[in-house]
Design a protein around this ligand. Structure first.
Ligand code: AVI
Length: 325
């Protein structure tokens, strides 16, 4: 077995919608974010209860194609996908959340093994697992409340399959993404990883997905400031910040920013921080990949890329990455 280095905490929880980090972490990272030039904070702080609800609404927006496209791919190709799992393997979902997409796989898997949803939020996980047990009476569900970006204490098993939908890998930069995949590989050696990856496409399409007409993404972005006001008493004038999201084609990523329309002073942990008129707080990157580009990335992490499923418009992809024994 190759040794792995745990991911740094700020990278670790970037990948976990639904897991609110502790206030102390938020305060510490906000202090760093506001002291950095340009100001920049991890997207993990989007996901308090209100932010998670807004994210669920984003997933249903007409402009936000990733969720419905990925669900369509899983529904259409679940038999081919689960045939690769092999009979009796353990299926481990990383950052399982409400455990919805995996149902499409469980419905199609001919000889299922155990299902191990892993999520940092124990309460959420327990509810979702209980419901799954009711819906799939023969299925052995073994929820694991843990930070899946760190080495996991998984039950012994000869063949494990990872499932990581939603293109959450895109919220990491390419170097952190390889590091994350390398670490995941250690949990699924001899098995594989089924992972959803958003694709590069017409910038206008990406622009629409992150600038929806109902303003839900803008509210999701601004919720970070609402949260900072509630939890840290920061005093952001939330309405004076514009949501600004754009596709940057050189790095192939959507960047989200909050841009202050006026000069303002905020206060965190007794320290004052100035925003100049027009100054930005960079809140998220969402990397997009070509199919070949992602396969190369997976190879760099030690996986052997196999089948890929994409929709006819090539908006989104699901990759099978085999893991060497
Ligand atoms: C969770 N993640 C994959 C979403 C994305 O598209 O990068 C988060 C999001 N940000 C704005 N809209 C959705």
């Amino acid at each position: 077995m190759r040794a792995t280095t745990p991911l740094p905490p700020h990278v670790a929880s970037e990948l976990r919608p639904g897991a609110p980090p502790m206030v102390a972490d938020f305060e510490r990272e906000m202090l760093v974010a506001l002291s950095t030039r340009p100001k920049c904070i991890s997207p993990k702080y989007f996901y308090d209860a209100a932010g998670s609800r807004l994210f669920d609404r984003i997933c249903d927006l007409p402009e936000y194609y990733p969720t419905r496209t990925e669900v369509g791919l899983l529904a259409r190709h679940a038999r081919e996908m689960t045939a690769l799992f092999g009979p009796g393997a353990d299926l481990v979902e990383f950052g399982a959340g409400s455990v919805t997409k995996v149902r499409l796989l469980l419905d199609a898997w001919e000889h299922p093994g155990r299902f191990i949803p892993v999520d940092i939020s124990a309460e959420h996980l327990a509810d979702a697992s209980a419901q799954l047990c009711r819906d799939y009476p023969g299925l052995q569900v073994m929820p694991l409340a843990a930070d899946f970006t760190r080495p996991l204490a998984l039950p012994p098993q000869t063949r494990r399959i990872g499932f990581f939908p939603g293109s959450s890998i895109g919220n990491l930069g390419p170097i952190a993404a390889v590091r994350f995949l390398r670490q995941t590989l250690q949990s699924v050696l001899g098995g594989g990883l089924l992972i959803g990856v958003d694709l590069v496409k017409q910038p206008a399409r990406l622009h629409a997905a992150y600038n929806d007409s109902a303003g839900v993404t803008a509210a999701f972005n601004r919720n970070l400031l609402v949260r900072a006001n509630l939890e840290l008493g920061a005093g952001f004038d939330v309405d004076a910040f514009d949501h600004y999201a754009f596709y940057e084609p050189v790095q192939q990523r959507v960047e989200m920013h909050l841009v202050s329309r006026r000069a303002q002073t905020v206060c965190v942990a007794g320290r004052a921080f100035e925003f100049a008129e027009g100054e930005s707080l960079h809140t998220e990157n969402s990397y997009k990949y070509t199919i070949d580009g992602f396969r190369q990335l997976a190879r760099r992490a030690g996986f052997m890329p196999g089948a890929v499923w994409a929709d006819d418009e090539r908006l989104f992809s699901v990759h099978w990455l085999a893991a060497p024994a």
